[in-house]
Ligand binder design. Structure first.
Ligand code: NI
Length: 190
């Protein structure tokens, strides 16, 4: 899928240092589900995520102190794209103890990449725009994206999850010196 709707981002993505990124967000109240306000926020967050070339965006990143996020997952040889999704009030549990280390970036920490350990497989329960319960199991990059976005709801950023700051790299240098190793080809702003 294309990463750009060729329109400016409808919402401003705040960057590290803004206090909202370090707050624990509030649950989406029951009365918000099924409203135009929530649908508009979801649409604007998806447009912002795509126009900024991100694969995930959590409400605190657009100064909304609510427990919700949007994401999409680019496909690979074995999997089709997962179209943009909205999840509110998510709960995440690891499914097994397998942990994978992979590259992450963040739209709120532009230009940097770092290696972050995440559970390989997770179970997620959440609510959709109408408030209907959603449950799913995710693995690999899909699971990584959701764990990264979930952390934003608790005021946590990927830098906090790195085992060591030694892998931290600027995107330009990362592309030049790291990305040419085939196993390290993942790394996206979330
Ligand atoms: Ni992020």
């Amino acid at each position: 899928m294309t990463n750009s709707l060729e329109k400016p981002s409808p919402l401003e993505v705040i960057r590290l240092g803004h206090p909202v990124l370090r707050q624990v967000a509030e649950p989406v109240p029951e009365e918000f589900f099924g409203t135009d306000r929530l649908a508009d926020l979801s649409r604007d967050m998806i447009r912002t995520m795509l126009s900024e070339d991100g694969v995930g965006l959590a409400a605190p990143q657009v100064s909304e102190n609510l427990r919700l996020f949007v994401y999409w997952v680019p496909g690979d040889d074995d999997h089709p794209d997962i179209a943009p999704q909205f999840l509110a009030n998510p709960e995440i549990k690891p499914a097994g103890d397998l942990v994978e280390v992979g590259w992450e970036g963040c739209l709120s920490i532009p230009g940097l990449r770092g290696l972050v350990p995440r559970f390989s497989r997770i179970k997620v329960s959440a609510r959709d725009l109408e408030g209907n319960p959603v449950s799913l199991t995710a693995d690999g990059f899909h699971a990584r994206v959701m764990q990264h976005e979930f952390d934003h709801l608790d005021g946590i950023v990927f830098l906090d999850r790195m085992e060591s700051p030694a892998s931290l790299a600027y995107e330009h240098e990362w592309e030049r010196y790291v990305l040419n190793q085939p196993d390290d080809a993942q790394g996206s702003d979330l």
